[in-house]
Design a protein around this ligand. Structure first.
Ligand code: FES
Length: 161
């Protein structure tokens, strides 16, 4: 087995509390298998996820970020997921401009009753990240020794969300 095949990407996910977080819960209760490399932050709505949360997660060393919320038209705040979708698209373009692979940021719509779909999405995103490879931006920051101070501040802000 080569070192590359042993590498598992670290995935940070922001899940809307109304749909996707409940979907993740259902996946667990239903004993659906999905990669264990995911870390979850519960947010009130997918629109709560600021572009800075995504960028800072990548700077902290996560290889990818998944934002998941209610299906279009089913957001509890009416248009939150539409705003999230637009913001994610802009963030991906910005990351591309910075030289970061935009595939590191993914969005999905998972309802509370779709535990199986949640497990599939996590597996799909993880496979996609394996193709993209380790987060180069973080590696560069680590070499420069700059990420530690910024990292602890951003974790606190993201957790408050
Ligand atoms: Fe779930 Fe807005 S409440 S995406």
């Amino acid at each position: 087995m080569t070192q590359q095949s042993e590498w598992e990407p670290k995935l940070l996910s922001f899940l809307c509390r109304w749909c996707s977080y409940a979907g993740a819960d259902l996946a667990g209760i239903s004993r659906k298998k999905y990669p264990a490399n995911i870390r979850i932050i519960k947010v009130p709505c997918s629109s709560r996820v600021d572009s800075l949360f995504i960028i800072k997660a990548l700077r902290l060393g996560f290889d990818g970020v998944l934002i998941s919320g209610c299906h279009p038209g089913e957001c509890h705040y009416l248009t939150g997921n539409y705003r999230a979708r637009r913001r994610i698209a802009i963030t991906k373009k910005f990351l591309e401009y910075l030289g970061v692979e935009p595939q590191r940021v993914q969005a999905s719509w998972v309802s509370a009753s779709e535990g199986g779909k949640f497990a599939e999405v996590v597996a799909e995103v993880t496979e996609g990240l394996k193709e993209v490879g380790p987060n180069r931006l973080f590696s560069e920051r680590k070499l420069n020794g700059k990420e530690a101070k910024t990292g602890s501040q951003s974790t606190t802000r993201a957790e408050q969300g």
